[in-house]
Design a protein around this ligand. Sequence first.
Ligand SMILES: *Cc1c(COP(=O)(O)O)cnc(C)c1O
Length: 431
Amino acid sequence: MQLTERDRKYIWHPFTPQKNMVIPIPIVKGKGALLYDDKGNSYVDAISSWWVTLHGHAHPYIAEKLYKQALQLEQVIFAGFTHQPAVDLAERLINLLPEGFSKIFYSDNGSTSTEVALKMAIQYWWNQNEGTGNTKQERKNKILAFKNSYHGDTFGAMSVSDRSVFTLAFHDLLFEVIFIDTPTGDNIDDTKAIVHKHANEIAAFIYEPLVQGAGGMKMYDDYLMNELLSTVKQHDIICIADEVMTGFGRTGKIFASEYMNQKPDIICLSKGLTGGTMALGVTACNEKIYNAYVNDDKLKTFFHGHSFTANPLACTAALASMYLLEQPQTHEAIKWLTKENEIFRERIINGYHLICRNVSCLGTILAFEIALGKDEYLNNISSVITEKALAKGVYIRPLGNTVYIMPPYCITKDELMKVYKTIIEILNELN
Ligand SMILES: *Cc1c(COP(=O)(O)O)cnc(C)c1O
C-alpha cells in the first residue's frame, strides 16, 4: 500500500474534515525554508509549518546537539531530579525575557503553557485566602480575555479563547470569561470601564500581545495596549502574555511584550521555543506569583506536571535554537524580512485594494483579508489559495479568508520573492 493509503486507513488529521479529505502530501525531507515531497517537488514553507520553524527545517546545528543529548540522557522524571539542559535553558530564558521574570515552569506545548498560566494565576489568589479565614470574601476567579482570541485547544485554553466554530460543541462546558475588544481609539474608554466594573472578581487577564494569531493575524496598537494594561494592573489583576506565537522574534522584537512598558506577570512560550524542532512549553512568572507558592502549607503547592515536563531533548533543541537566534545574521534576517514585508504591504495596498482589506504587517508577519466569499472560517477560499500556491511551489494556508505569511528567518531572498510573486499571481487570478 502507498503511504497516503496507509495514512487514510490509520490516521485522523488535526483541524481536518474527514469526509472527502484531501489526500495529504507526503513530505520526505526539509532543508532551510524548503519542504520536499515524495515526487521531488519543493515548497517554500511560508508559514513556518504552523508558526514553529525559526531557523529552517532539519537544521544541522540543532540536529547535532539533539543527537549528542539523545546518547547522554533522553528523558528523566522532573520531580526530585533535574538536569543540565533544563537549568541552562531556564537561566537563558530568564536573561532573555523582559525584566522581572524569575521562574520557569516547563510543560510540552502551547495549550499546556496557557493552562499552566491560568491555573497558576487562579491558585495565586486561592493561596492568598485559603486558611486565612477570608475564604468567604469575594473570590477573584474570573478570567478577562480578548474577543477573537485563541489560546489553545484544551478545555481551559478553549474557555479563554473566543467562542467560535472551533469551540461550538463545547460551549456549555466552558467556564465563564469576560471578553473585551482589542483596544482601538474608539473603544478604549468603554473597555476600561468594563475592567473597572469587574475588577474585584477578575483573577487574571490573558492576551496575545499585538497579534491575534489563529483569530486571523489581527494586529492592534501597542500604545493603546499599554494604556489598557496599565488600567488592568492598577486593579492588581495578573497579566498573562500568551507569546506562544509572537515569541522569539516574530514581531520584530524578541518578545512582543517588549513593545509595551507595562510588562506581564506571566509569559507563555512554545512554538518557536525549540526552533520548531521539538514539543516544549514554558510558563515563566515573576517573583510575586512564585512567592504565593512558597509556603509551609503543603496544600498551597502547585500540583501540576506532565510526563514529559522539561524533556532533556526538547530543552537541548531550545538551547540550540536560542544560540542560533542570538547570531547577528538572525537579527539581520528579521530586520530584512520586516523591511521586505513593509514594501510588499505597500504594493498590495496600492495595486489590490479592491480585493484586499486590512493589509497589515508587524515584523516578520504579514497578513491581509481577501474581500471575496463569506467572511468566515469555513468558506473554501483558503483551500483554493493553498492549492494554487502549492502548484507554484509555495506553501501558505490562509485562516479563512486571511492570507498571511510568517516565514522561517533563514528564508533566502529568492525564496521570499517567490512567495510574494505567487501571492500576486493568485490575487491576479482571483481579481
Ligand atoms: C498555537 C497557539 C497556542 C496553542 O499551542 P499548541 O502548541 O498548538 O497547543 C496557544 N496560544 C497561541 C497564541 C497560539 O498561537
